[in-house]
Design a binder for this molecule. Sequence first.
Ligand code: KG4
Ligand code: ZN
Length: 357
Amino acid sequence: MKKNLTFLGIETSCDETAASIVRENTEGLGDILSNVVSSQVDEHKEFGGVVPELAARAHIEKIDLIINEAIKKSKLNLNDIDGIAATAGPGLIVCLTVGLGTAKAMASSLNKPLIAVNHLEGHALSPKIINKISYPYLLLLISGGHTQFLEVKGVGKYKRLGTTIDDALGEAFDKTAKMLGIEFPGGPKIESYAKMGDENYFKLPKPIINKGGCNLSFAGLKTAVLKISKNINSEKDKFNLAASFQKTVEDILCEKTKVAMKMFRENNNILNSTFVIAGGVASNERIRNKLKNLSLNQNFNPIFPPINLCSDNAAMIAWVGIEKMKLNLINKLDFPAKARWPLDEKAPFLKGAGVKL
Ligand code: KG4
Ligand code: ZN
């Protein structure tokens, strides 16, 4: 097998059209030669959420341009690429088929291997692009569609320790933002509102916090925020509610992370390891700092991908392509797009565990 593989990654699972070229370097890490992401925030703003048909149409309009831009920025040409990796799930089928279909057409016409990538595996392995991490490690994946604790044991090898039993954390951030009159996607805005508020002003519930295990729940918290939001008018109280919501989320995550770390230690019979947080909500500075301190206190080495690798991107998809190619995990051109594709196929079905939206 040729060393230092170079892959084109394509991501269209939801509302970001993205393409990236990544080359493995001599240290076994990834050089990101280009990483182009086109967000559809403006297309969906007036609807308060992602509209699948609009998203698919925007992907169709942009995909060729975005891939061309990624190739141009990398200063390579298509012949230098060893394979094409595209997100095949989980996500919106109408969106996934745009990127996956383009990847299939390119793989067929260029006679290059196709790797169908699980979007969640993209997030899970993203820290390995820039850090040497050995398996197993503990992952907290917090995004718009997922909230899960996973043991990452290797490519394609995952054990789910806990998951949300209702809303994903990003969804809870976005809905809280909506209740405060903030436009979609409101997660990042809640963080800036919270900086101006008193985090102890409103007392909010921490659902299933004392229940054993590391499953999480945010529906009750969302309902409590809804009730309070109906009775506040001042900007100051909006800041206070954003701050109280974020503080409650931090407390829930810290408490459940401690449980997940204990489970991880017991399952693997090791005292210390690496703790990774990934996904869009991992861009939140407060959450990052809280979990970083907790991790150090618990003897886990915290590794959090940089912000541009936390939110959806195609560099993480290209990287999974490289890792799978090295294991000869190449896919046939009839690989289907999958709306649901959990990382741990054996874990019992729970709403938040393998469906993106
Ligand atoms: O991973 P991602 O880009 O897309 C999915 O795979 O879902 O995550 C998007 C989610 C959105 O819900 C967004 O509001 C949230 O991540 N998010 C944040 C922040 N930045 C993005 N939530 C809280 N604080 C942030 N700074
Ligand atoms: Zn994602």
